[in-house]
Ligand binder design. Structure first.
Ligand code: HEC
Length: 168
């Protein structure tokens, strides 16, 4: 049980601090909205995209576009809440890390060795259910791949990695 004195002190504390605290919090929230990350919104795809340098079956291409391109290409379809910070920062972080590891729009600039490794990595990431990131597929159900879709991508990626030299 609180003594009367304690109760009064707590009440005073609330009155004295709660309002300024809220004002600081709201001001902070408003201010961080001003720091908008640069958008991943390139107009052209470039000349060395995966689809330009290799024949990619239509089904494979469709799966990669719907499940991977938001983070692994030069063009992201942003959800509305990307306009709200810090959500936008979080999304932007994933995009820049994702693109650094693998960018389908710049695939042709990679060395053959790197391309081979990336195809292998695609197969293993899909097999391990590591990609697309869970935080993404939870909000984008269309990116949740079916068993058949996964098998298709894995098979394609493995065959690309095995046969890649013969294209050049
Ligand atoms: C929400 C963003 C996001 C989506 C969507 C996404 N990725 Fe990633 N991906 C990342 C990030 C971030 C990394 C680097 C950090 C890590 O591995 O977790 C990464 C790493 C990878 C790597 C590792 C590259 C390497 O060399 O080890 C591969 C391969 C990959 N992703 C493939 C895919 C494929 C295939 C899809 C679609 C089925 C996909 N990703 C969807 C964000 C994403």
């Amino acid at each position: 049980m609180l003594t009367q004195w304690q109760a009064i002190t707590i009440k005073n504390l609330r009155m004295n601090y709660l309002r300024p605290f809220l004002i600081v919090l709201i001001t902070f929230f408003v201010l961080i909205q001003l720091y908008r990350p640069v958008r991943n919104n390139s107009q052209s795809n470039g000349e060395k995209t995966l689809n330009q340098i290799y024949p990619v079956p239509k089904e494979v291409s469709q799966i990669l576009s719907k499940a991977c391109y938001d983070c692994h290409s030069n063009k992201t379809n942003y959800p509305w809440y990307a306009n709200i910070q810090p959500v936008g920062w979080y999304i932007s972080q994933h995009i820049s890390e994702g693109k650094q590891e693998l960018n389908f729009d710049e695939f042709g600039y990679y060395s053959i060795k790197r391309q081979k490794n990336k195809f292998k990595a695609i197969a293993s990431q899909i097999e391990d259910n590591a990609m697309p990131l869970a935080s993404y597929s939870r909000i984008h159900p269309e990116a949740e791949l079916t068993k058949a879709e996964k098998e298709l991508i894995v098979k394609w990626a493995r065959s690309m990695s095995d046969s890649i030299q013969s294209f050049k």
